[in-house]
Ligand binder design. Structure first.
Ligand SMILES: Cc1cc2nc3c(=O)[nH]c(=O)nc-3n(C[C@H](O)[C@H](O)[C@H](O)COP(=O)(O)O)c2cc1C
Length: 410
């Protein structure tokens, strides 16, 4: 989950440097007994951020200091036996105009859907994809490998350039990178092979991808054949894992709300990835709160893991509590019925709570985290957030980037 805790500076080469707070955060999560820890989006271009404070890895900001922080981060993530995986991304047209006014897009359709007053997306040529885009992901993956990470996840869920390539609705190119699902996936083929080629042959470095149900929608219909084809291709290309989302209740790909876990489209989409005999590890992320539902999803077959987002911001040791049987469900949250923005911002604020203090084996991992099961606190949070949102919208119009997140202090 995006932390927005790293450095942000006018000078792009000074952006995205991790710090002690990020180490605190991941060291605590490491002790929460998760099998694999994933970072929030680590951006591969210094101006293509999802928000001010994202971690960034690219040639422009590569220094011994940056490497030393990423090494510490990998160590913190692995300090209790979890795998450390970095999610790498370019935010594409979702970059705020205050940070970049000419973000990358795969096609005119994508550019038209996301017109912003101060931004004019640049539609990438084939040559630019090969010489500018792919090399950035390869650079970041190699850097992260050298810093001790166990793998990378390509961010192709909403709010990423790669998701715009994968989506039939956003990618209407008519060259080798657009059109059919096979062509829309060409970039994933090249990313996988170029990343592997840049790494030593005899190592195991995980390459995964995060996808979302809405990437397979056209005119509001799920294209099951495309899901099947994508599953086959990711498998054949040698992707180690797929994290599939689309049931979270957060804002979906085109601004629509996702449905819940019983949404038929979601089940049909997941089925295609489940039923194919596969070598990839399939993780499902989104709205898992009860242990029983997690177990059911695993026992149904074809699924090898469950991903947790928001439950882990309220309780960094939720995996431990569920695996050991101490609890059967994640903590309730009084903001669960609120808009996606409110829910995400509340979780982001909890991420900042966790990051404030170092891991202390004698203290509870949840110590210092605002408890949003408390209705009064949740109401207070919402009021303060609205003020912050108004202020940051005004800043965006003045092209002043809002750095970090709204950190609620009751
Ligand atoms: C604060 C916050 C930040 C997030 N940042 C990212 C991100 O950087 N990359 C990503 O793929 N998903 C991101 N997500 C989505 C989560 O990874 C996850 O898919 C989603 O929250 C659904 O899981 P949950 O219902 O367990 O929260 C974020 C979610 C939250 C709440």
């Amino acid at each position: 989950m995006s932390e927005r805790l790293a450095s942000f500076d006018k000078d792009p080469s000074l952006r995205g440097i991790p710090n002690r707070k990020l180490i605190n955060l991941y060291e605590k999560w490491a002790h929460g007994n998760f099998g694999m820890l994933l970072t929030g989006n680590v951006i591969v271009h210094p101006t293509h951020l999802e928000g001010g404070g994202n971690m960034v890895v690219c040639q422009e900001n590569d220094t011994p200091e940056l490497r030393s922080w990423f090494k510490k981060l990998a160590e913190a993530m692995k300090s209790n036996g979890s795998l450390a995986v970095a999610q790498i991304s370019d935010a594409g047209i979702n970059t705020p105009s205050s940070i970049d006014q000419s973000p990358w897009a795969p096609s005119d359709r994508c550019k038209e859907t996301h017109q912003k007053p101060n931004s004019d997306a640049h539609v990438l040529t084939e040559e630019e994809i090969e010489t500018l885009v792919i090399p950035r992901y390869v650079y970041a993956a190699k850097f992260l490998y050298e810093c001790g990470f166990d793998g990378i996840e390509l961010h192709s869920a909403p709010i990423s350039l790669l998701s715009h390539f994968l989506s039939a609705e956003m990618n209407n190119r008519n060259d080798s990178y657009g059109g059919s699902i096979v062509r829309r996936m060409k970039i994933f083929e090249e990313l996988e092979s170029n990343i592997r080629a840049a790494l030593p042959e005899d190592i195991k470095f995980l390459i995964g991808v995060k996808i979302h149900k809405n990437l397979f929608l056209k005119d509001n219909k799920l294209m099951k054949k495309e899901c099947k084809m994508a599953a086959r291709m990711f498998d054949k290309l040698g992707y180690d894992f797929i994290e599939a989302t689309g049931s979270s209740g957060l804002v979906g790909y085109r601004g629509n709300k996702d449905n819940n876990l019983i949404d038929q489209d979601y089940n049909d989409y997941i089925d295609e990835f489940k039923k194919l005999p596969h070598n990839y590890t399939l993780y499902l992320t989104g709205k898992f709160r009860e242990a029983k539902k997690m177990v059911d999803a695993l026992e149904d077959g074809g699924v090898q893991g469950i991903g947790l987002g928001r439950p882990a911001t309220a309780e960094p040791d939720i995996a431990d509590k569920i695996l050991s049987g101490k609890v059967k469900t994640a903590k309730p949250n009084a903001l669960d019925e609120e808009t996606a923005v409110v829910q995400v911002m509340a979780a982001a604020s909890q991420i900042w709570d966790i990051a404030q203090t170092p891991y202390n084996p004698d203290d509870s991992l949840s110590s210092g985290i605002v408890d949003f099961s408390n209705e009064a606190l949740a109401g207070n949070f919402k009021n303060e957030l609205m003020k912050y949102m108004r202020k940051s919208a005004e800043m965006e119009l003045r092209l002043e980037p809002a750095v970090g997140i709204f950190h609620f202090r009751p």
